[in-house]
Design a protein around this ligand. Structure first.
Ligand SMILES: [Zn+2]
Length: 704
């Protein structure tokens, strides 16, 4: 590992932050970000850094303060306000206590903040406070953990890192660990670093650069030591795994796995609590998963305790998956998951009994699957959560393998792991926001780049859905994805070109959804075209084309959705964007009206056929939507002038004409249609085969 320090960058941080926050905190932000940028050091909120400063209070007294990473901040993006300042004199006095409960510790930290609005300081605050150094850096460095998670971790660490290191036995973070670490440091005051067995590494320095570069130096020593020990061993990850076919297999395994991992919600209107999946496969990972010791390593706990809240203690290895036989694969996965749940329940029961405590049990479901030939598949309530688990799982797999190669990978025992998994301060890191109506669901929208499409995707995303945008126009699709990502975040949406008239293209679009999120729960069949001409003058190719895109598109996407939803076995929703035209047709619009009426009828048939699978199919009859923000309706741009001519009005009056003809004089927007989609997709009422007009009220188009 190399130092990323740059004088130029350091100066930029100084210029940006020092005037308001002082040099020390500016440099603290800079080197914290350098650490955060290295995923072999810390991942997703892991690790913490601190600096001790003098702050002037309102009365002009200079008070010593500890500024330490606050909970909820990641080192790679931390800002000065991510470092709550606490009264250091007070924290040091706490060391005199014999014991301090976690709840009281949190209370002491919060009540001695210098700014009442600051985030909660790290759970490792007292450890930083009891050490004398101005700058302290703490990471869960992979290479160090490969050495500490061994039967003779302390011996290996001394051999690899030299004698200016304090080696502290495993103790759970909190007051007791802080006192022990301080005592051990005082026995070796010239130490430059401190290793916490089965947990991580601390380094210290008089300035930010010294502390940071010691971190890099000690991690580099651990890496070199590992490399030397691993020399001569056949390199994994070359030629044994085929990443392309693993992607294709994920498309098939995803919906099976998602279905099996869905649990009963207890709510009859939304009976399934689903998960979102994240897939990782590189030749190296596939080779690691194919190696003979993978099954045993999967069952051995995490590298560092706080990973447990993201990945659970054990990863689930699937022995010889029957990838060519979907039924056999399903029963194999089902029994593996059932076995995992049983083991988790037993672990929980054993631990609460042995400790004599009461805890409310967390869900017993696996988060990380290691599937030979497929790769790592992770589950979470969002794609972001699943991706965090996957990042950790990738590092874990590599480091366990390296650790096993130089000795024997030995994790924390279950008792210590349980303490961290059920520690209120760890669980607090996950947050407890209430879930949105469509969270944990995946929606695929056709024609997503148009005015109604993009607005629908945005409404779905706002309701918590993960969104697959599909459209035939790749450039417009890109722009639409950008708009949805601005609302939902990039990880919650994906885009793929899809031609609704092409069977293979439709299959590939759904496959993309299954590879990206694990499946599809909501289909919005929205893509459509129109053509304006009197029947007597209509060209047969034009007529067939409109039918092919509109009606054929409904059919192909509906069929594909039904197939994925059938595999998942967790119901679903199909929303057909039909038209006000279905009940109130107009002249010169024969092909369009016929295609929409037929698609509307197809939706009713689908409602009848799919109800036994818990799949609802509903129709929306919207009147003309001309644009959504800066996204014009492609359809209306094309046919607007002809429609205006058919109605005998100037084209620029068309929008006004549509507004004035409805009972409410409402202008219909894409967002209106999107909200109707969300209404159906969130199972607000037990309704299927129904039609909801979104037209401002047109008596001639009332459903009948
Ligand atoms: Zn830590």
């Amino acid at each position: 590992m190399k130092s990323r320090w740059s004088d130029g960058e350091a100066r930029q941080f100084c210029d940006r932050y020092a005037p308001r926050h002082g040099d020390a905190l500016a440099m603290r932000v800079y080197t914290s970000r350098l650490i955060g940028a290295e995923s072999d050091l810390v991942m997703h909120g892991g690790g913490n850094t601190s600096v001790k400063v003098l702050e002037e209070n309102l009365l002009g007294d200079r008070v010593e303060a500890l500024c330490i990473k606050g909970s909820g901040w990641d080192l790679d993006s931390i800002e000065p306000q991510g470092f709550p300042a606490i009264d250091l004199g007070w924290l040091r006095r706490l060391r005199k206590l014999e014991a301090l409960s976690d709840e009281e510790m949190v209370n002491q930290l919060r009540t001695h903040l210098l700014d009442a609005k600051a985030p909660n300081p790290s759970v490792e605050t007292l450890l930083h406070a009891f050490l004398p150094h101005t700058f302290i850096d703490h990471t869960h460095a992979d290479a160090v953990l490969a050495l500490t998670n061994q039967p003779d971790g302390a011996g290996l660490i001394r051999e690899a890192l030299g004698d200016r290191v304090v080696v502290v036995p495993y103790v759970m973070p909190g007051f007791r660990l802080a006192k022990l670490a301080a005592e051990m440091f005082e026995g070796k005051p010239d130490a430059e670093a401190m290793v916490l067995l089965k947990h991580g590494l601390f380094t210290f320095g008089a300035d930010a650069r010294e502390s940071y570069e010691r971190m890099i130096e000690y991690v580099d020593r651990a890496e070199s030591f590992l490399r030397t020990r691993l020399r001569g061993r056949a390199a994994l990850g070359t030629g044994t795994g085929d990443a392309t076919s693993s992607q294709e297999r994920m498309g098939r395994i995803g919906p099976i796995l998602r279905g099996l991992l869905a649990t009963a919600s207890g709510n009859p209107d939304q009976p399934h609590r689903r998960v979102i999946l994240e897939h990782r496969a590189t030749p190296e990972l596939l080779a690691l998963i194919a190696s003979p010791q993978c099954a045993s390593l999967a069952a051995r706990g995490p590298l560092t305790p706080d990973h447990v809240i993201r990945t659970k203690g054990q990863h689930l290895f699937i022995e010889k998956p029957a990838l060519q036989d979907p039924d056999a694969l399903r029963s194999q996965l089902a029994s593996a998951i059932a076995g995992y749940r049983t083991r988790y329940d037993a672990y929980f029961a054993d631990q609460v009994r042995a400790k004599g405590v009461t805890r409310s049990k967390l869900d017993p479901d696996p988060r990380v699957f290691l599937v030979p030939g497929v790769g790592i598949v992770c589950a979470g309530k969002t794609r972001k959560d699943a991706a965090i688990a996957a990042d950790i799982a990738e590092h874990t797999l590599r480091i366990k393998d390296a650790a096993e190669a130089i000795g024997r990978y030995e994790p924390l025992d279950e008792s210590d792991l349980f303490d961290v998994e059920y520690w209120s301060l760890e669980q607090a890191k996950l947050g407890k926001e209430t879930e949105k109506p469509l969270s944990r669901q995946v929606a695929l929208v056709t024609g997503a780049a148009g005015a109604i499409g993009v607005a629908t995707c945005i409404e779905l995303a706002k309701a918590g859905a993960h969104v697959v945008l599909t459209d035939i126009d790749p450039d417009a699709l890109d722009r639409a994805r950008g708009k949805v990502a601005a609302v939902a975040g990039r990880s919650a949406c994906t885009a793929v070109r899809l031609d609704v008239t092409d069977e293979d293209s439709v299959a590939a679009g759904f496959d993309h959804a299954c590879r990206t999120f694990g499946g599809v729960d909501i289909l919005v069949a929205n893509a459509g075209i129109a053509h304006v001409s009197a029947l007597a003058d209509t060209d047969v190719r034009q007529f067939r084309k409109v039918l092919d895109v509109n009606l054929g598109g409904y059919f192909l996407t509906l069929r594909a959705a039904a197939r994925v939803m059938r595999v998942q076995g967790t119901g679903g929703n199909v929303i057909v964007n039909a038209s006000k035209n279905v009940f109130a047709p107009g002249a010169d619009f024969g092909a369009y009206s016929a295609s929409k009426a037929a698609g509307h009828q197809l939706g009713k048939v689908a409602a009848i056929e799919l109800a036994p699978l818990g799949i609802r199919v509903n129709m929306i009859n919207a009147d003309a939507v001309f644009a959504e923000g800066d996204t014009p309706s492609g359809l209306w741009r094309e046919i607007g002038p002809d429609r205006a001519r058919s109605r005998g009005i100037p084209p620029e009056k068309l929008q006004e004409f549509y507004r004035e003809r409805n009972l409410l004089h409402a202008e219909i927007t894409g967002a209106h249609v999107g909200r109707a989609v969300v209404f159906f997709a969130s199972n607000q009422v037990p309704t299927t085969g129904a039609t909801l007009p979104v037209d401002g009220g047109i008596a001639a188009a009332f459903p009948r």
